[in-house]
Design a protein around this ligand. Structure first.
Ligand code: FEO
Ligand code: CA
Ligand code: CA
Ligand code: CA
Length: 603
C-alpha cells in the first residue's frame, strides 16, 4: 500500500551531530522556541515565576517541574488549537530553591508543599503560532493536577482492603498522582499517564513485619528508612509505619479527561500495579480496546490489557465516559518472548545469530480477568495490586527496563523501547536471551512485534529487534540491517512516537556514549529501515521526553536540564541563559517555510 519512497518522507533533514552544547540544537532549516516551562502561569491569577520567592500557592497555578510525557488533544477538526497535556514526573529540589534556603535533610513544610504542587500534570490550551510552532493561549480548559487532586480508584480492585487507609475507609478515593512518566492520548481524546517510580516517596517499609506484606513492599522497592524528600514529616500517609496501604494507591495508570476541566481523574486498577512507564491504546479487530504498558525496572515485564466491552467512536462526553469505563473490565496479560535461534548462538555479546536476526515468537499469558485469577495462589485482587509478584510466577520474560510502548498507526506493529540494563548477565542475575541479547546492556534496544493476524486481541505474536543501540562503529550494535556507516549513534531509547508516515521517532535518556540526549527518527519499512537520524539534541544534563510529531510541529519535553548540578552550581543555564537557573520546558520545533509560514515536516 505504501511505495518505498513514501516512508522516507518525514525524515528528510540533515542529522544533527552528537554534541555537548547547553542548547536545543535542531537541523539546518528548522526553528525552535520554548512553549512553556517550569513556573510559567497555567491558571488564572498565577503569579509570574520568581525563583527566589516561590510559594506552594503560586506553584499550584503554574506549570510543574520536570515535564515528561506530552500529548496533544485537538480542540477543532483542523487541529490548529489543542489541549497540551503534560506529565510532571518528579521534583529536583536542589535546583528549585536558592542553595542557602534548601537543606535536603531538613526541608521546610512550605518547600515540601511546593514539591507537592510541582508534581502531577498540566493541561494548557495551545494554538499554532503564525510563524510556526505552538504558543500558549488563555483557555478555559487549563488545569493543574497535583498531589492534592482527588482521584477515583476504579476497576476490579477498587474498594479492596489493601487500598483502604484511615483517611479513605472506602478504598476508592485517592489524593494525587506522582512520578507520572510517559503516557498516551486515547482514541477518545483522554490521556493515560503512568505512575512510575512511586516507591521513592514513601518511608519506613521496615516497620512492616508480616513476611507476606514485607515481601510485597520489597518487590516494589519501598524504602526501609526515611524517604529522600522527607514528605513523611508533613503528612503521615507517606509513612508506611502509620499508613501501610497508602503506597498501594500509587503505581497505577491514571486517566484524565482534559475536555472537561471539572472531571475527576481515574486510577484504573484493571491495568495492574507496577512502575508504569506509559500506556498506549490499540483498537482490536472486533472493536475492543487493548492497552500496552511496560514496567520500567531491570528484569521487569511488558503487559497488555484487553477490554471486554467495545469502543464507541467519537469524542462526545457520552463516548468518552463509555470508553473510559472499558478500562475497568477486561483481561490483564504479561508477555513471554521466545527466541528462534539456538541458545548457544546468544552469547551475550550482541553478535547476531546465524539466522541474521534477534527474533522469535511470543505469547500473552493471562493473569486475571474481572474477578477471576489465572495465577495459582493469587486472588484476582492480589493480581491487580501486587502484579509483579503474580507475573513472577508464570514464566514471563524479564526485560531490559521496558520504557515506552506504542502501536504504529501505519503498519500496525507495536514498538517498545528497552532502555538499558547494566545488570544483565551479572552474578546471580539472568543472562542474555534473544530478546535481551547483550550482557551488561548499557545502550538499550528497540523491539517490534506483530500480533497474530494483526489483531491486538491475539494471545500470540512474532517479534524482532529493530535496533540494538550504541555506537554504530561497535560490533555489538544493529540498525535494522541498514549500513552502519550511515546512521546516527543512539543510546538509551526511552520514549517513542510516530509521524504520519509511520516513521518511528525515539527520544533518549542517559546517553552512555558521552554526548547529550536527543530525539531521533528512523524508518521502519522499505530500503531505509533502520536508518537512524538524529533530529535534535537537548541541553547539558537533560533527558529528551514526550515527543509529539505532527505534519508541522515537533514537540519535545526537555526534562531535568543540569541534572548533576544544583542551584549553587547549575551546570546548565537553559533556556534563559546568562547565570540563570535551568528550567525544564516544552520546546516546539518547526521547518522554516516560505512567506513566513512553517513548512511541512518531511517535505
Ligand atoms: Fe521515568 Fe522510565 O522513565
Ligand atoms: Ca533469530
Ligand atoms: Ca521515561
Ligand atoms: Ca527515563
Amino acid at each position: 500500500r505504501h511505495g518505498s519512497g513514501r516512508h522516507r518522507q518525514g525524515i528528510d533533514f540533515e542529522p544533527v551531530a552528537p554534541n555537548t552544547a547547553d542548547a536545543v540544537t535542531v537541523p539546518d532549516g528548522y526553528e525552535q522556541r520554548v512553549v512553556i516551562g517550569w513556573g510559567d502561569p497555567v491558571l488564572p491569577g498565577a503569579p509570574k515565576f520568581d525563583f527566589n520567592a516561590q510559594t506552594a500557592a503560586a506553584q499550584a497555578k503554574q506549570f510543574g517541574y520536570n515535564n515528561d510525557f506530552v500529548g496533544l488533544v485537538p480542540l477543532d477538526s483542523s487541529g490548529r488549537s489543542s489541549l497540551m497535556v503534560v506529565n510532571h514526573e518528579y521534583t529536583a529540589e536542589v535546583h528549585m530553591f536558592p542553595a542557602d534556603q534548601y537543606d535536603p535533610d531538613n526541608p521546610t513544610e512550605e518547600q515540601v508543599r511546593i514539591a507537592w504542587a510541582a508534581h502531577g500534570m498540566s493541561v494548557v490550551q495551545v494554538t499554532r503560532a503564525r510563524e510556526g510552532g505552538l504558543k500558549v493561549v488563555p483557555g478555559r480548559y487549563n488545569r493543574r493536577i497535583t498531589i492534592n487532586t482527588e482521584f477515583e480508584l476504579r476497576g476490579p480492585a477498587a474498594g479492596s482492603d489493601h487500598l483502604k487507609t484511615s483517611a479513605d475507609p472506602s478504598g476508592r478515593k485517592v489524593f494525587g498522582t506522582q512520578n507520572n512518566c510517559a503516557g498516551g492520548v486515547t482514541p477518545w481524546g483522554t490521556v493515560l499517564s503512568g505512575e512510575e517510580n512511586f516507591n521513592q516517596y514513601f518511608a519506613n517499609a521496615s516497620a512492616v513485619s508480616d513476611p507476606v506484606a514485607a515481601e510485597r513492599l520489597r518487590r516494589y522497592g519501598l524504602p526501609s528508612g526515611a524517604s529522600r524528600r522527607k514528605w513523611e514529616r508533613f503528612d503521615k500517609r507517606w509513612d508506611i509505619a502509620q499508613e501501610p496501604n497508602e503506597c498501594n494507591r500509587f503505581g497505577w495508570v491514571v486517566e484524565i479527561d482534559p475536555n472537561d476541566p471539572n472531571s475527576t481523574p481515574v486510577k484504573h486498577t484493571a491495568l495492574g500495579r507496577f512502575k508504569h512507564e506509559a500506556a498506549n491504546v490499540k483498537i482490536t479487530k472486533d472493536g475492543r480496546v487493548a492497552v500496552y504498558s511496560g514496567d520500567d525496572e531491570r528484569f521487569d515485564y511488558i503487559y497488555k490489557f484487553v477490554s471486554n466491552g467495545k469502543y464507541k467512536p467519537g469524542r462526545s462526553a457520552h463516548a468518552r465516559r463509555h470508553n473510559m469505563s472499558l478500562l475497568d473490565d477486561g483481561t490483564l496479560y504479561v508477555a513471554r518472548f521466545t527466541g528462534d535461534s539456538p541458545a548457544s548462538e546468544i552469547d551475550g555479546s550482541g553478535t547476531l545469530p546465524s539466522d541474521g536476526e534477534f527474533d522469535g515468537s511470543g505469547e500473552w499469558i493471562p493473569l486475571a480477568s474481572g474477578n477471576r485469577s489465572f495465577v495459582p495462589g493469587f486472588t484476582a485482587e492480589e493480581v491487580y495490586i501486587f502484579t509483579r509478584l503474580a507475573a513472577d510466577t508464570v514464566g514471563a520474560t524479564k526485560m531490559d527496563r521496558p520504557e515506552d510502548i506504542e502501536p504504529n498507526p501505519v503498519n500496525g506493529r507495536v514498538y517498545a523501547a528497552l532502555t538499558n540494563n547494566s545488570d544483565r548477565g551479572a552474578a546471580g542475575k539472568e543472562a542474555a536471551d534473544e530478546a535481551n541479547p547483550r550482557n551488561g546492556n548499557r545502550n538499550g534496544h528497540v523491539l517490534e512485534w506483530e500480533e497474530a493476524a494483526g489483531d491486538a486481541a491475539s494471545t500470540t505474536f512474532s517479534w524482532r529487534l529493530l535496533l540494538v543501540c550504541g555506537d554504530p562503529a561497535s560490533a555489538d550494535t544493529y540498525f535494522g540491517g541498514f549500513p552502519k556507516d550511515q546512521v546516527s549513534p543512539i543510546s538509551c531509547p526511552d520514549n517513542v512516537a510516530f509521524d504520519g508516515y509511520g516513521n518511528l521517532w525515539i527520544s533518549t535518556d542517559g546517553n552512555a556514549l558521552g554526548s547529550n540526549d536527543g530525539l531521533f527518527a528512523v524508518p521502519v519499512e522499505g530500503a531505509n529501515r533502520g536508518q537512524v537520524k538524529q533530529f535534535l539534541t537537548v541541553p547539558i544534563g537533560a533527558e529528551a521526553c514526550g515527543p509529539v510529531v505532527t505534519e508541522d510541529v515537533v514537540l519535545v519535553a526537555v526534562q531535568h536540564p543540569g541534572e548533576d548540578g544544583s542551584s549553587a552550581d547549575p551546570q546548565s543555564h537553559w533556556p534563559d541563559g546568562g547565570d540563570s537557573q535551568p528550567r525544564p520546558s516544552i520546546v516546539s520545533v518547526w521547518k522554516r517555510g516560505r512567506h513566513g509560514r512553517p513548512g511541512h515536516i518531511g517535505r
